[in-house]
Design a protein around this ligand. Structure first.
Ligand code: IMP
Length: 456
């Protein structure tokens, strides 16, 4: 991988970039961000919270990051948790302690927006209580109503942000009296809401919560900052920025498979609001695409495989959640979905991950259309679960390859069938596959400057 920061041909200034998942999350974004990090000065999270889980392998060490940008694993970078993120203060402290215990520097290189909203314990209770209530009603997870959330309190924390009067922001943790005043107003109402959901929780005591979270705030004080000015100061000083999307485009609250989505704008459209940096400043968008599809929780999944093939992908791809350990639903690559995400996110290039997982299949299927219940076919994605009922995939079948790919370090090392597979993706989606990953190690991702489609 080259170490040079891309610069604009016209002005010579750095091109700020974004990395975003093109499917339902878990595309291996952390690994790609970790690799691209060497070219950028600031790494920014702009959405989501501890629902995200990035696994990064450095040598023999495997790091699971939830809130802290993966740039923390490279020295000399500024890692920013933007205002659009919802922060669980105790989780972030655990993450900081865990990284420090393994010798990773976490100091002035971690900045957390004073305007990022706080995830409180009662948000997690609300999240779980609502999910359980809806599951009880419908008889099974994700069947009707329940989302299959990570139960990390994400939805309730964003709900409070939108409701305003019951919200807490990271800056509030630095003022005990203010925090107590706000919690005094919040706790009574929250208890009533929890009781209405049928939750059995201990009474919320404002003073206890204020003491506990002001203490967390004190520990986080050196990191809490006005990250909007910080970012613009960095940009004005000629530094380059990489925006790290959490979750993924098809989980975007506005553009994903609603209501089976998360509660933030996880497509690149969330960057301006979630970081304070205008979208026009972003010069390059890398869309991360797993070579097949997975999702966790409920919601439409047209190419889902509920058979031995799905299980084989799950085992080979170690498809279990980083955050919750849940087995992920697995299926063939859905290019209708990927092409839609490329359009919404303005992706310029694809990084294809986990290509090695597909070794050993005689044939591989790629979805290029959806057949509706009435037999008609569409090549358009419909970001609404209700309207995707009864859709079945229209597949192209491509020859598979038998060879393991883990040692491939270059596009020419790949079996011709693997190159054709990537060429098919390029042709269908209309942008190049610039990065290919064949394993978890830093050395197992390579760049391709030529288009695979030319080789088909
Ligand atoms: P929530 O974000 O915990 O509210 O969960 C909403 C939906 O998004 C659920 O289906 C989760 O499984 C899914 N989800 C949230 N974050 C991620 C992620 O990082 N990877 C994959 N799925 C996610």
């Amino acid at each position: 991988m080259s170490q040079i920061t891309p610069t604009s041909k016209r002005s010579g200034t750095p091109v700020h970039a974004a990395v975003v998942g093109l499917q339902w999350g878990d595309e291996g974004k952390g690994k790609i961000v970790d690799l691209l990090t060497s070219r950028y000065d600031c790494i920014v999270r702009y959405n989501g919270g501890a629902n995200a889980g990035h696994t990064v392998q450095v040598g023999k060490e495997r790091y699971a990051l939830h809130l802290i940008p993966s740039g923390i694993l490279s020295s000399g970078k500024i890692n920013i948790v933007g205002n659009g993120v919802v922060v669980d203060p105790e989780k972030v402290l655990d993450e900081i302690d865990g990284l420090r215990a393994r010798g990773v520097e976490v100091g002035a290189n971690l900045r957390i927006s004073d305007r990022a909203h706080v995830v409180m314990p009662y948000h997690k209770d609300q999240d779980a209580a609502l999910e359980e209530l809806l599951e009880k009603r419908s008889g099974k997870a994700g069947a009707s109503g329940s989302i299959g959330t990570t139960r990390r309190g994400i939805g309730p924390a964003y709900s409070d942000k939108v409701r305003r009067s019951t919200a807490l922001r990271m800056g509030d943790l630095l003022d005990h009296a203010l925090l107590l005043r706000k919690l005094d107003a919040i706790c009574g109402l929250r208890m009533a809401e929890l009781e209405a959901l049928g939750a059995t929780v201990k009474p919320l005591v404002p003073k206890e919560l204020a003491d506990r979270f002001a203490a967390a705030g004190e520990r986080l004080r050196p990191h809490i900052d006005d990250t909007v000015y910080l970012l613009h100061d960095q940009i004005r000083a000629g530094r380059s920025v990489l925006f790290e999307g959490a979750n993924a485009c098809l989980l975007d609250i506005d553009h994903g498979t609603f209501p089976y989505v998360t509660s933030s704008n996880c497509s690149t459209l969330g960057i301006p609001a979630g970081s304070g940096v205008p979208g026009r400043m972003i010069g390059k968008v890398y869309g991360i695409m797993k070579a097949y599809s997975t999702r966790v929780g409920g919601g439409p999944f047209v190419t889902e495989l509920l058979d031995a093939t799905g299980e084989r992908i799950r085992q080979r791809g170690r498809e279990y959640g980083t955050t919750t350990g849940r087995p992920r639903r697995c299926g063939w690559l859905d290019l209708v979905a990927v092409k839609y995400s490329v359009m919404v996110c303005g992706a310029d290039a694809i990084a294809c991950t986990l290509l090695d997982v597909l070794s050993g299949f005689d044939e591989l299927k790629i979805c290029t259309g959806y057949r509706r219940a009435d037999g008609t076919v569409t090549d358009r994605f419909i970001p609404d679960a209700e309207r995707m009922h009864g859709f079945t995939p229209v597949y192209e079948t491509l020859p598979g390859w038998q060879r393991e790919l883990g040692t491939c370090t270059d596009r020419d090392d790949l079996p011709v069938e693997a190159r054709r597979y990537l060429g098919f993706v390029e042709e269908f989606v209309g942008i190049p596959v610039e990065l290919v990953s064949v394993g978890p190690e830093r050395t197992q991702t390579f760049e391709s400057n030529e288009r695979f489609a030319a080789m088909r």
